[in-house]
Design a protein around this ligand. Sequence first.
Ligand SMILES: Nc1ncnc2c1ncn2[C@@H]1O[C@H](COP(=O)(O)OS(=O)(=O)O)[C@@H](OP(=O)(O)O)[C@H]1O
Length: 399
Amino acid sequence: MAPPGPAGAHPTSAEPLSRSVFRKFLLMLCSLLTSLYVFYCLAERCQTLSGPVVGRSGGGEEAGTPGRGVPAGGPGELAAWPVAARRKRLLQVRPRPRRRPPAPRADREEAGEEEPPGLAGSLGGSGAGSSVAETPPGTLALLLDEGSKQLPQAIIIGVKKGGTRALLEFLRVHPDVRAVGAEPHFFDRSYDKGLAWYRDLMPRTLEEDAQLLRVAGASQRISAMSKDTKLLVVVRDPVTRAVSDYTQTLSKRPDIPSFESLAFRNRSAGLVDRSWSAIQIGLYAEHLERWLRHFPARQMLFVSGERLVRDPAGELGRVQDFLGLKRIISDKHFYFNQTKGFPCLKKAEGSGRPHCLGKTKGRPHPEIDAQVLRQLRDFYRPFNRKFYQMTGHDFGWDG
Ligand SMILES: Nc1ncnc2c1ncn2[C@@H]1O[C@H](COP(=O)(O)OS(=O)(=O)O)[C@@H](OP(=O)(O)O)[C@H]1O
């Protein structure tokens, strides 16, 4: 006779059977869930689940800096991981310390603060011989691959005062472009730390600016990193660029000599001082020659700084095509801000609010003697012509 069951229970012969079916069902469910999880992890490269890949705060903004859309990059910003999970293309921009950083560069600009030493002199030293101008640059690098810890596949290499910031801010609007990774002057100052170190910085956010076009050795170094790196070169009329460069230095050191006296060795003889970096940077053909030793022309896109102002959507169309991005940034993203006198974004990346570049971008230039400007145009003409030939594009700087 079977022993009696627990008080209140009514054992039947069917009950042990249903319990074992239930246990089997539970086991199957568990193994199904486990395999699903493993499959998901493999598909999404597990690490995307473990934390943020792309530093972005919930609103994509720094506290107190609305509208800038600068990624924050700190830990715990879980809004970021789906970005990698969706195989976003990543935009690496300017390095920024992760904890209580000084305000990002763009924010400092808005707050009317000066750029820190080291930024003003991008392109290996420029601007009226000021000490800040001697500081070597970093880079603006574009990561166009999914996931983190990737080396950048495209880099903005210049030129200083060409409109690199505008390109960067506009490109960020693209949903397949994300600000990640740091570039703390790797190709110039920190190269000896090695590519692994550089790669390791990728997921962090950035603030430094850089234009590498003129930096000796940068072309070899980037090529050594990857021969396939795409290069974005923002160029602008070298005469206006030189004045812009001078304007920047003047804003920091109002006591510097006049533009005219710095630009010439002997003005009456029309002898331009090529050793002045504000002049030297504009010799694009010479700089490009060096880069062409390491990169084929098809890997470079020359972005017109003038067109970036006149027709930002058109120029961004070219950039998107070149980077293999879907053409998403268009006219509808821009409006002309009468006060600023420049195109601005209707909705900045991250904030969704209207956004113009900071006040150090698009500032008024001092008036320069028209004769001096003519002399400089004459000086640059042969270099410009050569540059047009090399790039197959007439930028129309020669009037
Ligand atoms: N949309 C928009 N708004 C403001 N400014 C714009 C814009 N598009 C291009 N520019 C031009 O960008 C010039 C600054 O270039 P960069 O960003 O390369 O300068 S820097 O080297 O990083 O300091 C800056 O030069 P300046 O006019 O001499 O200030 C601008 O002419």
